[in-house]
Design a protein around this ligand. Structure first.
Ligand SMILES: CC(C)(COP(=O)(O)OP(=O)(O)OC[C@H]1O[C@@H](n2cnc3c(N)ncnc32)[C@H](O)[C@@H]1OP(=O)(O)O)[C@@H](O)C(=O)NCCC(=O)NCCS
Length: 183
């Protein structure tokens, strides 16, 4: 299955993506902005372990490689929440540093959110960015998410206490976009 939107394609991960994933994710500037589950340095084994974890449960797909001209350039995932939060997806993403600043994350967020509301019975998609992560916050805003809250001193990253920001969009507020989904 592939999701086409404005020149980018989201497709489910395959195990053969491991080496390229490791190349992209082995970047301190990426790790510094994500949860500790993504380590730095990031090895081929880390990539293989993660792919082996998510691939068996990726039906229907929720973990996507972001590709441009068939080249793997990043990762985006819509993660289902459970219990009383089960009508929510959390969206998370990162991009190869070589491709920053070209609007690719904004397009990927728009495409994944359109797919989420199209194919799943959810009412809200949200993201959590560190408050100093201007690029992520801006990409989410450009994709139609609104700044819902700043959680003060909510996280500790690299032994530094920081605020985090919740961005969200509700089904009724999200402008449906012309994604093309090929099964
Ligand atoms: C966050 C990230 C995904 C953004 O990807 P991207 O493709 O460069 O994002 P976009 O180009 O779609 O949008 C980024 C916007 O932020 C702006 N921006 C980026 N860094 C900025 C900074 N330090 N100060 C001000 N604006 C900044 C860009 O100019 C752009 O806005 P514009 O189009 O109005 O000029 C990428 O930087 C990344 O992978 N970072 C590390 C991992 C990460 O932070 N993931 C998100 C965790 S919540």
């Amino acid at each position: 299955m592939e999701i086409f939107f404005e020149g980018i394609v989201l497709r489910p991960w395959t195990i053969s993506d491991a080496s390229q994933l490791a190349l992209i994710a082995d970047n301190k500037k990426i790790a510094d902005n994500l949860r500790d589950g993504l380590p730095f340095p990031y090895s081929l084994k880390d990539a293989l372990d993660w792919l082996n974890l998510i691939l068996p449960e990726n039906h229907p797909p929720r973990f996507f490689a972001i590709t441009v001209d068939k080249q793997l350039v990043g990762s985006i995932a819509i993660v289902s929440k459970t219990d009383i939060y089960r009508k929510n997806f959390e969206i998370g993403f990162f991009l190869s540093e070589n491709f920053w600043g070209k609007g690719i994350a904004t397009k990927a967020i728009k495409a994944a959110t359109s797919y989420a509301f199209r194919d799943f019975d959810i009412i809200r998609v949200y993201a959590e960015s560190f408050s100093d992560n201007t690029g992520s916050r801006r990409a989410l805003e450009k994709a139609g998410f609104r700044h819902e809250a700043t959680l003060q001193r909510n996280i500790i990253k690299n032994e530094i206490i920081k605020d985090s920001c919740i961005y969200s969009v509700l089904r009724e507020d999200f402008k449906s976009l012309p994604i093309e989904v090929k099964v």
